[in-house]
Design a binder for this molecule. Structure first.
Ligand code: DGT
Ligand code: CA
Ligand code: CA
Ligand code: ZN
Length: 576
């Protein structure tokens, strides 16, 4: 076998995770070695398969031992050490690392002393009030863990996985199946294709003339931990992370109807089936039929057209009025990736957590086809990551020089201001006006009461230097709930001041939510779709941000960074 770059990265990420568990700390020497290798490989373009050990060790962060594991993985499809760790830490146990407050050390103790091996046994131990007996734990920590379990929806059949943990896997699986002989196309469907922020299971539809080859490949995938069921055209299995994957092989002639059916949502499908029935037809995963005759089946476009509707983009297929709109030719002109003209939340290594230089970030922006970009490195209030006034002014000089050197792009000197617990911002009002553009965002104090959070954000956005509110709630999907606030009050504040609502395209953020974005459209609030990139590889987040915005029915005319830079500058000037 030859492993793809993504598969190798996934293997190393899993090694890092399991090693941290095994060593009792993500800071252990071994765990950090994997993290270093991951960072090095991510910064190193090109495939890794076929490289020799010497060539591999030339990559930053990759030492002998890791190079050997990459070679072993590339030739055998797995790594012996990884298999050992997987046996020791099954998926149900690894999942517990998602619970805030349960670090590797604590997990080890819970397992050794209380026999906790998964969410269910953790719940039992909590119910029996046994955690409080352990060193360093008490009633308070029990309560905290109990609340986290509830908030994350981590028990029972309703368990969902954040999109960010599934997206890469689903696409690399599909790419692998897409390369098999006889396969025309393989596409992740279901909630992944609709770009939902959390995922129940992975559905992959494969158009092929040879289903046997596909089913054989699936049964032998290195990702497979447990086979759930297999037939001639469908195989279901669990991955080592405990995620269910359903792969269905369909004939290329029926690809459109299979895509449509397995993309869902269920509510959307039911409405389409009803439209078919109203016409005396039947719609299934095999096609749209009039008696025995096929009306349409090859592409989704054919099917929507036959049903007398506009094509509905997958992120819209949630049964939120899209069927009626598409049937009445009333689908709004949604934002698309090619409409985006620039990025207004963008870091360089001027930020402590920035990983690419100004030059690299400028070149990546040009590569992405942008006409402008606003560098928004952190303000001084974020002590480690932020910059002093002197540093910012020197930074401005460099940005202006680069702006002259690259005539094809306009560079703005901006800042990501930190919103303090009381709504205060970095620097002073005068200095803040030195910036061409400011995004203000919350980075701490997530637990304040809703009323206080609302006042906090309203105060920040009333500052004339503020042009957008970044990642509104500060949530991390499935890990940290966002701050609670009065969304309508904030939207009203944005509408009256002309400050934009950011849609942050980081897969683990996707913040503001689709729901809030849709309310923003109704409230007359403009949005900016940003990547918040800290590294050149993160520019891909613009694709994600756009799809997330589509879920919120965001239209092109309401996206600030789809407009010419002059309009943005004029809006900034008008606020001051
Ligand atoms: P998930 O996995 O919970 O994140 O959500 P989905 O939407 O991926 O749902 P899933 O995996 O149960 O099914 C995939 C798609 O298959 C779903 O979006 C629509 C279609 N589908 C599944 N079951 C049914 C059904 O009973 N009726 C209809 N009309 N469609 C279904
Ligand atoms: Ca699914
Ligand atoms: Ca499924
Ligand atoms: Zn940022």
């Amino acid at each position: 076998m030859a492993a793809s770059r993504t598969e190798i990265l996934r293997m190393l990420a899993e090694m890092a995770r399991l090693t941290a568990l095994d060593e009792g700390s993500p800071q252990s020497f071994k765990a950090r070695a994997y993290e270093a290798a991951l960072a090095g490989i991510e910064g190193h373009p090109g495939e890794l398969t076929g490289l020799s050990k010497t060539e591999l060790t030339k990559i930053k962060g990759v030492g002998n031992s890791i190079a050997e594991k990459i070679l072993e993985f590339d030739t055998t499809g797995t790594v012996r050490k990884l298999e050992e760790l997987r046996a020791k830490y099954p998926p149900g146990f690894v999942e517990l690392t998602r619970v805030p407050g349960l670090g590797p050390k604590t997990l080890k103790m819970l397992r050794d002393r209380l026999g906790v091996v998964d969410v269910d046994s953790l719940k039992e131990a909590l119910d029996a009030e046994r955690l409080r007996e352990l060193p360093g734990m008490g009633e308070k920590s029990e309560e905290k863990i109990r609340r986290a379990l509830e908030r994350l929806g981590m028990h029972g059949k309703d368990r969902r996985t954040p999109l960010v943990e599934v997206y890469g896997l689903a696409h690399s699986l599909a790419a692998r199946l897409g390369d098999l002989p006889g396969v025309v196309e393989a596409v992740p469907c279901g909630s992944i294709r609709r770009f939902s922020d959390t995922i129940g299971d992975v559905d992959i539809v494969v158009a092929t003339t040879d289903p046997v080859v596909v089913m054989n490949e699936v049964a032998n995938l290195p990702h497979l931990s447990e086979l759930i069921g297999s037939g001639e055209t469908k195989t279901s299995f669990l991955t080592h992370e405990g995620l269910q994957v359903d792969v269905r092989a369909v004939h290329p002639d029926q690809f459109g109807s299979a895509l449509l059916y397995f993309t869902g949502s269920k509510v959307h499908n039911i409405a389409l089936r009803q439209r078919a029935i109203d016409r005396g037809w039947l719609l299934s995963e095999y096609g749209l039929f009039e008696e025995e005759k096929v009306v349409a089946s090859v592409t989704e476009e054919d099917l929507y057209a036959a049903l007398g509707m506009e094509y509905v983009p997958p992120p819209l297929r949630e049964g939120r009025g899209e069927v009626e709109a598409a049937a009445g030719d009333r689908l709004p002109r949604l934002i698309r990736r090619e409409d985006i003209a620039g990025d207004m939340h963008y870091h360089s290594d001027r930020s402590g957590d920035g990983r690419s230089s100004l030059e690299e970030m400028v070149e990546a922006a040009i590569e992405a086809g942008y006409r402008y970009v606003a560098f928004t490195d952190h303000g001084e209030d974020l002590t480690i990551n932020g910059s002093s006034r002197e540093e910012m002014l020197a930074h401005r000089d460099r940005i202006r020089q680069l702006d002259d050197r690259y005539p094809e792009i306009d560079l703005l000197f901006g800042c990501e201001l930190n919103i303090g617990p009381d709504g205060s911002l970095d620097y002073d009002p005068g200095f803040r006006l030195e910036f061409d553009w400011c995004v203000a965002s919350i980075h701490s104090h997530f637990d304040l009461p809703a009323e206080q959070q609302t006042i906090r954000v309203l105060k920040a956005l009333s500052d004339p230097a503020v042009n957008a509110i970044g990642h509104l709630t500060g949530r991390y999907v499935g890990r940290r709930p966002g701050v609670e606030l009065d969304v309508d009050a904030v939207l009203e504040g944005l509408a009256t001041t002309g400050v934009a609502l950011e849609i942050n395209g980081a897969l683990d953020r996707l913040d503001a939510t689709d729901e809030v974005a849709r309310r923003a459209m109704a409230a007359g609030v403009d949005v900016v779709i940003d990547t918040d990139s800290h590294h050149t590889r993160e520019l891909i987040r613009m694709d994600y941000g756009v799809r997330w915005a589509q879920r919120g029915w965001v239209t092109v005319d309401r996206v600030l960074n789809a407009r010419p830079i002059e309009e943005i500058r004029a809006r900034v000037a008008a606020r001051r």
